[in-house]
Design a protein around this ligand. Structure first.
Ligand code: COA
Length: 181
């Protein structure tokens, strides 16, 4: 795995030392985790270390920390996982855990760069993603980088006591949009 650079960020592999209290706090913050599956279990430094180790041992996963170039602050994570080499496809997910960095176009930068890396360096031809129906910021991030809504799973999850649908998104190699931020 390599380091991926964008205008304002670099994405680099994580090691156990990156499982800080700062990282654990994001995952336990209801505003951050409301659309993340991690909310079903209280997160600890040990659980984050175990997750990092598990991803690093998994040949089908590429987990990266999202770091600001300016100050090297760790602000979230992103993953290209479930890599299927037979069909040259994978699944992209991300979160910006540090809320001070929301709304600045950083998630778009991450999705654009990691998708490009998947297509150009991992040989993927298709990348899939998903988001809860209410998570319009996430939907917008995928749409503006060239992903298409390919489906909608009705009543797929339960959030705050209500059943919610989820968007199914996908992108083919030729569709990635390079945009100025
Ligand atoms: C959702 C998340 C990834 C967005 O990250 P971000 O860096 O703030 O996103 P960006 O700034 O790149 O883009 C957000 C876009 O959504 C738009 N947006 C934000 N809130 C919105 C809303 N309620 N309705 C519609 N659009 C919205 C913004 O205007 C922006 O679009 P623009 O670039 O056309 O102006 C981030 O808030 C996050 O990680 N949240 C917590 C975990 C999570 O939900 N992860 C995604 C799981 S699928």
């Amino acid at each position: 795995m390599t380091v991926i650079e964008t205008n304002r960020l670099y994405l680099r592999p994580l090691s156990e030392e990156d499982a800080t209290q700062h990282y654990v706090n994001w995952l336990n913050d209801p505003e951050v985790n409301r659309y993340l599956e991690t909310r079903h279990n209280a997160q600890t430094i040990a659980s984050c270390k175990a997750f990092i180790d598990q991803c690093n041992e998994d040949e089908k996963a590429h987990l990266y920390g999202i770091f600001m170039k300016d100050g090297e602050r760790h602000i979230g994570n992103t993953k290209l996982g479930f890599i299927n080499t037979e069909y040259a496809r994978g699944e992209l997910s991300l979160f910006i855990g540090d809320k001070a960095y929301w709304g600045k176009g950083l998630a778009g930068e991450v999705v654009q760069a990691l998708s490009q890396y998947g297509f150009n360096h991992l040989g993927l031809e298709r990348i899939e993603a998903g988001c809860y129906a209410e998570n319009l910021a996430s939907l917008r991030v995928f749409l503006k980088t060239g992903y298409t809504v390919e489906g909608f799973r009705r009543g797929h999850v339960v959030s705050a006591g209500s059943r919610l649908g989820c968007f199914v998104l996908g992108i083919l190699k030729s569709e990635l949009i390079q945009y100025e931020l």
